[in-house]
Design a protein. Sequence first.
Length: 182
Amino acid sequence: MASLDGKKVAFLLTNGFEDSELTSPWDAVTEAGAQAVLVSPESGSLTGKKGHEAAVDAVVTAAAPGDYDALVLPGGVANGDKLRMSEESVAFTKAFFEAGKPVGVICHGGWILTDADVVRGRTMTSYPSLKTDLRNAGAEWVDEEVVVDQGLVSSRTPDDLPAFNAKLVEEIGEGQHQGQTA
């Protein structure tokens, strides 16, 4: 596994996130040496759909994408739907693509990518119900455990977390990707 010493990874989410899609990648990047930071449109504490409580480290309006080496977008239907309605969260997300930084997205986390207009011409996967949305936004959607496209790491469900985490850590370790563009 790649060493992520000195790397800082933003996890963007809000209430209703899929608990394991936050905790498992969080553990993977921190065990590899990165500092994980929970960023949200809301301050205080967030609750996952299965009850996991997580403290917000930075409100998205005060978070600078340039301060982070990568972004992770956990899923959860309510989380994904709420985040895409936050203009600040959409802009925060798009900035990582503009800077060529690695982005990991799983399950319903991909909804925000359609609003950020960053999937056109990209190959990715997601929870199957997002297939049409992603295709309509220009992505080539595939039904695979994990897909890597120029620094964009995507997976379908919590069952895919081991493969997702391994590729996420690998891509963050590689750093910026020229093909990761908005």
